[in-house]
Design a protein around this ligand. Structure first.
Ligand code: MF3
Ligand code: CO
Ligand code: CO
Length: 249
């Protein structure tokens, strides 16, 4: 069941999205060599609380922190830890979900720490651009597969691979709603996009092979080949006048 949002619902989602974007900006300012991912998570928690919202990841299926922070070969769902200390040359994906008055905003950015390799720079640029190309297809009358294909074809043309086990999703009163929004697929396939739908688009892009595995902590998803992975995400509303990104400041 796809829940269409009223304009009031979208207003609250915009507010939730702004808070998530602000928390991501605060995280970005705090990320530097020598700080732990647990410290970054605390910055995120404090920011979200100060805006009278709730970090929706905290306690979600027993997830123990306010954000997912995934470093280098970690793809998604990294658990913030005192033991994970950021260093020069790292890439750090920070994924934040807020709940504001019952509505959610979900956004992710992969940050570069100090001097990263040219290949890592390209990985971040390609993943960010893939998200933008996906958002451009989030138009009423298009289908989910139009978004999926725009992302997949751009990423693969650039020599990187798309993670398939995890996908974007509808979002609203629940963090994860229908429809699924895969980052691979065929144009013209899948659910038709309608005004009032709100979706999270979130390409996860690997420098090497697309295969992933989950660590024994039950959460952290890493690349099987140990190569870097990047992740960018926005929450987007489909409207009569085109896509509106809800997770911007
Ligand atoms: N933010 C993730 C997503 O993009 C979901 C994280 S769930 C958690 O869908 F439990 F790991 F926080
Ligand atoms: Co997310
Ligand atoms: Co998401």
């Amino acid at each position: 069941m796809i829940y269409l949002k009223t304009s009031e619902g979208i207003k609250l989602m915009k507010k939730a999205g702004e808070i998530a974007a602000g928390a991501l900006e605060a995280a970005g300012k705090a990320i530097k060599p020598g700080v732990s991912t647990l410290y970054i998570d605390k910055v995120i928690y404090d920011y979200i609380k100060s805006k009278n919202a709730r970090p929706a990841c905290l306690g979600y299926n027993d997830f123990p922190a306010s954000s997912c922070i995934s470093v280098n070969n970690e793809v998604i769902h990294g658990i913030p830890s005192r033991k994970t200390v950021i260093k020069d040359g790292d890439i750090v994906s920070v994924d934040i979900v807020t709940n504001y008055q019952g509505f959610h905003g979900d956004t992710t950015k992969t940050f570069a720490v100090g001097n990263i390799s040219d290949e890592a720079k390209k990985l971040l640029d390609v993943t960010k651009k893939a998200l933008e190309l996906g958002i451009e297809k989030a138009i009423a009358g298009n289908r989910v597969g139009d978004i999926s294909n725009a992302i997949q074809s751009y990423v693969e043309a650039n020599g990187f691979s798309i993670v398939r086990e995890y996908v974007g999703h509808g979002i609203g009163k629940k963090m994860h709603e229908e429809p699924s929004v895969p980052n691979f697929g065929s144009p013209g396939q899948g659910k038709k996009l309608e005004p009032g739908m709100t979706i999270a688009i979130e390409p996860m892009v690997n420098m090497g092979a697309r295969q992933v595995k989950t660590l024994d902590d039950g959460w952290t998803v890493v690349t099987k080949d140990g190569k870097y992975s990047a992740h960018f995400e926005h929450t987007v509303a489909i409207t009569d006048t085109g896509p509106i990104i809800l997770t911007l400041l």
